[in-house]
Write a protein that binds this ligand. Sequence first.
Ligand SMILES: [Zn+2]
Length: 183
Amino acid sequence: MTYIKCTTCNSMMEINVGSQVHYNIPSDKSNPKKLIGSAMCRSCGAGTGFEINDNVMVSVSGKSNYGTINPNQPEVARTLYAEAELCFQNGVPNAAATMCRASIEDALTQAGIEGRDLYNKIANAKTTNRLDDDEVGLAHASRLITRDAIHRGELVNLSDIPSMLSATVRILNKLSEAANLPD
Ligand SMILES: [Zn+2]
């Protein structure tokens, strides 16, 4: 029996067979004891994401502040990022990671950074000094994690998402700095 607190209204929920729970990984063959999902609160109806490993709650996706997106950032990237946070809150880590990647790619394009694929866009952001070395590293890390999730069927841990959200905010904000926008 595992308990989880609703991150919206703080009601306690009990997770067991028959709970209003959506498991995103019904059978992760590499780790059958791992469950990632979203528990629907009976009091307020909101979802709270969770990751359980061998009956131990290892991660809960709460509402946290990962930074504020600069309002200069074009709307598409901001919208994609907002969806990434929603996916995380609802315990859908692969979708959250994918939305982070999509928002970074859109922000690079909107900043006028070209490249035939995401790898090359990030590389060009480095050579043109639009992103510093740390930001380039974060962008490549996000790219690699989502590549493995999308194309190689690997599953992203819920606990890996907060750092990816923070990194995405940092990258988007850097790319939207006024001095960085193309003429
Ligand atoms: Zn609730």
